[in-house]
Design a protein around this ligand. Sequence first.
Ligand code: G3P
Ligand code: CA
Length: 277
Amino acid sequence: KAGAKQPEPEDVVLNVGHRGASGYAPEHTFTAYDLALRMGADYIEQDLQMTRDGVLVVLHDETLDRTARPTAESGPGDCTGLVREKTLAQIKTCDVGSWFNEAYPQYARPEYVGLRIPTLEEVFQRYRKSVNYYIETKSPEAAPGMEEELLRLMDEYGLTRPAAERWQVLIQSFSPASLQKVHALDPSLPLIQLFSGTETSETIRAKLDATAAYAVGIGPSKDDVDAELVGAAHARCLDVHPYTVNESAEMEGLIATGVDGMFTNFPDRLDAVLGES
Ligand code: G3P
Ligand code: CA
């Protein structure tokens, strides 16, 4: 099932590999992305951070502390602290596989040791137009120019039109300002407004009219999703993609509410659930 699919948002439940197949392999590595695609993910997710020298890299956290470890190539402090205070050259010395082996010994593999942080450009170079990307602008207020650089790279790799025409790239953010900026730069791009777990079905519903002015969908926390929220979103032509759904029973419950997709660390589990439904 790996490869470019043509999502039909009205008919299918999209399987989004959250940070890749990050339940089984170190998040935001090519290994995790490849595995997600092999397991049936329709999309692979990227969280974006920007380096001091203005390069977009894929990493969830603003700092390197949780997932990066120094290697023999690293200088003092290269692999701790804020990504935006490091150059790409510093960040490229860090190992982002070893932490996973320590944290999840049941899934540990020797080949994870030494994996590096990819740039977004390297992700586009590896998969080109053969996959669908679900890209999040992270802490965009602290990284001015992140949106422009994302759109520049999408353009360079021929992904702008496929994004507009068949959602080959979905752009997501918790920041309405970041999405509104993308919308102003190119109103044809499909955008997903994320909502934090501090919201409820009711508070999200109150924001749907404003969201529908620029987005094609919402990404609520799974615990905030009920049939009322899905109905209210659909009434405004907004799709619903909850995060982060890792248990099969939860997947089935959300599908019953009418969601259009979901983020999961275990794309194989969602693939199995969808195969049965
Ligand atoms: O982007 C959907 C979900 O990933 C949001 O939470 O913290 O994992 O980026 P987070
Ligand atoms: Ca994310």
